[in-house]
Design a binder for this molecule. Structure first.
Ligand code: GLA
Ligand code: ZN
Length: 667
């Protein structure tokens, strides 16, 4: 089971299904995902179930050897459920109750809705538990999508109070942890605590952080209800959910714990900004690496872009070769199966212009042929590295809590947790150094170099874990605003970086927000005064207390004071970067740190050509991906054997066509 499509039989006449199934089989499709929005079709009125059409669609697919992944349709409760209980419509963060007409018009804490979910999912799971053509389940669809304005209804408010009571035990503990003495916010009962609806100015940052945590836990709990039903009814089926990369409404580390494996929806043209038709390849790679990092495990792509994207406005048309390239890219970063969204472009509804493999006409054209060819090439080799990870020597900590804390208080209006983190990621990406993303709970010890960006919130266990890591020889990079707050989002009364002081060998008595200020640093690690390089957003003003300086600020009253430091601690090293580095100084710093940590790059490649790897049974499988519209040449390692795409190798010189790809084996 390696390639699939998202299919909506309910959108097409039944006579067409067999034609679709045949075309799919001819293209090498072995999986369909179906039914994730079809509640109204499966239960047109309460208790009146109609699975006949879906049974026949599954059967039609099965006849062509295609297996089905079923989606539970809980992202689209039908109108009759809403009519019976309009209270289950969600309330946004302006207090406005949202209406029926899109999707995800559900409050996930609503007891009445939960009852319906339980009732429907149980019936559906029982109906399909023994169907030989059904292999697994996707719960709901893209949790957190369309929940941008988190639900602030009375039911969620009550659930928030229960959540707080569980976390703090007594209201006195909450008052203390949040510092509610400020502005007379002291509570005497949990049920007095507000949800963060508009207030004349701003809510307590501790309340806001707990609200985000609560909202994340609510989604995890909503999913768990369905997971428990399906585990019981369908013990032989896998359970997954389709994640959305860097989306942040729910902690994916938590959401993934109940799943067999995670899936991800990869739309390279969706998150492109401004003039770029495609997200920068490094971002696409980072997204895939985060998805692999969630469980430190290979994953599925449940929706891979198959044509131009668009609801109201549209993306470019993917250029010849791009759809294939992106398919290879997903596989290169750890996808064991790729399911394309969607099979055929819809004739009606919101997604009329969200193009599938087939155009509106249903006639196979260029995109069909390109995807078919990519499947035919990849399918035979994918078992060689199934489940394989890149064996990264570098790890980057990714934290929902830190991200949320900076969303609440960004310090500088342009400071963004994800962007700051990606600055580091990109330096490794450009050097073809594989990177793992991991949570604070995962194992640090296997990494030679660990980046923990913006470690704003700290707790004693985390500090100890980092100290042990460095003591035992790890090299750690901490960045600005580390060690500022406790886990409740209240400031720690210590000279910064607080509990991280002995690890870093520095003191930070002052800092400067660089809003409207240009600052730069000079890199001084070599003892020579190099050119100065711009930095931005923030400057921690650092006193050395055992550490050495690698770079200095060049302007203002703290000119010539350290901006980047290095401290030997136990058998390892801790770096501290007191500012946000521009790309040039970042490159210098990362080159220095990787060299010290003896981290290896796979190979040097021209800009726009990515090289990454997966471990296979008999060595590493190296993926070379040309993300550019021009052909590119590079020298490959003489020990590499061609697996795919490098038949015209001249000596060690590989030439890739525009958007071309190759796979090698390195033993
Ligand atoms: C998301 C959803 C799909 C579809 C696509 C295109 O990723 O999961 O159901 O809506 O976007 O809009
Ligand atoms: Zn609600």
């Amino acid at each position: 089971m390696k390639f699939g499509v998202d299919y909506y039989p309910e959108h097409w006449p039944e006579e067409r299904w067999a034609v679709d199934a045949r075309l799919m089989r001819e293209a090498g499709i072995q999986i369909v995902r179906m039914a994730e929005f079809a509640w109204a079709k499966m239960e047109p009125e309460e208790g009146n179930f109609d699975f006949g059409w879906l049974d026949r669609a599954i059967e039609t697919m099965g006849r062509e050897g295609i297996k089905t992944v079923l989606g539970t349709p809980t992202a689209t409760p039908p109108i009759w459920i809403i009519e019976k209980n309009p209270d289950m419509l969600p309330v946004n963060n302006e207090g406005l109750r949202l209406g029926f007409g899109g999707r995800h018009h559900d409050c996930q804490s609503n007891a009445y809705y939960r009852q319906h979910v339980k009732r429907f999912v149980t019936v559906m799971a029982r109906h399909y538990s023994d169907n030989p053509n059904v292999i697994g389940w996707q719960i709901d669809n893209e949790f957190g999508n369309s929940h941008l304005n988190l639900c602030m209804c009375d039911s969620c408010k009550e659930a928030f109070h229960k959540w707080l009571e569980k976390r703090y035990g007594t209201i006195e503990n909450l008052n203390k942890a949040w510092g509610t003495v400020f502005w007379s916010q002291t509570y005497s009962r949990f049920d007095q605590v507000p949800v963060p609806l508009p207030t004349p100015n701003a809510h307590n940052p501790s309340l806001l952080l707990d609200w985000k945590r609560f909202a994340s836990d609510l989604i995890v709990d909503f999913q768990r209800q369905q997971v428990e039903i399906i585990r019981k009814e369908c013990p032989h089926h896998f359970i997954t959910h389709n994640f959305m990369g860097f989306a942040d409404k729910v902690s994916y580390f938590d959401l993934a714990k109940d799943l067999d494996f995670i899936s991800h929806d990869q739309y390279p043209m969706l998150f492109s900004k401004g003039k770029y038709p495609v997200s920068p390849p490094s971002r696409l790679a980072a997204t895939l690496d985060l998805m692999r990092g969630i469980k430190q495990k290979s994953f599925w792509i449940m929706e891979q872009q198959a044509g131009p994207n668009g609801w109201e406005t549209m993306s470019h048309s993917p250029r010849p070769g791009q759809l294939a390239l992106w398919t290879y890219h997903s596989v290169a970063h750890g996808a064991d199966a790729v399911v394309f969204f969607r099979w055929r472009t819809c004739l009606f509804g919101t997604e009329q212009y969200w193009h599938g493999i087939l155009p509106h006409s249903g006639e196979p054209e260029r995109r069909y042929e390109e995807i078919k060819k990519a499947i035919q090439e990849l399918a035979p080799v994918m078992d060689y590295f199934k489940g394989g990870l890149p064996d990264s020597e570098v790890g980057i900590l990714y934290s929902y809590d830190q991200n949320w804390a900076f969303q609440i208080q960004p310090h500088h209006h342009e400071l963004d947790y994800k962007e700051h983190l990606l600055g580091y990621y990109e330096a490794f990406y450009d050097a073809n150094i594989p990177v793992d993303m991991l949570s604070e709970e995962q194992d640090f010890s296997k990494y030679k170099l660990l980046i923990a960006p913006l470690l704003f919130l700290v707790k004693p266990e985390l500090v100890r874990k980092l100290e042990d890591y460095v003591k035992n020889g790890g090299h750690l990079v901490l960045t600005m605003r580390s060690g500022v707050k406790d886990w409740n989002n209240a400031v720690i009364p210590e000279t910064l970086p607080g509990y991280l002081s002995s690890l870093t060998g520095i003191r930070i008595p002052e800092y400067d927000c660089l809003v409207g200020i240009e600052q730069a640093v000079r890199w001084n690690a070599s003892g020579l005064y190099d050119l100065t390089e711009p930095v931005s957003k923030w400057a921690d003003i650092i006193n050395l207390n055992g550490a050495n300086a690698l770079a200095y600020y060049v302007k203002d009253y703290y000119r010539d004071t350290p901006a980047i430091t290095m401290n030997c601690y136990g058998k390892g090293i801790t770096y501290y970067v007191g500012t946000e580095l521009g790309p040039e100084i970042m490159k210098k710093f990362i080159t220095y740190a990787t060299c010290k940590a003896d981290v290896h790059q796979i190979i040097i490649s021209p800009e726009g050509v990515e090289v990454t790897r997966r471990k296979g049974v008999d060595g590493y499988y190296i993926f070379v991906l040309n993300h550019t519209a021009i052909s590119q040449a590079l020298e490959i390692d003489s020990g590499w054997q061609n697996v795919l795409g490098a038949e015209n190798l001249k000596g060690n010189k590989l030439v890739l066509e525009p958007y071309g790809t190759a796979i090698f084996r390195a033993c």
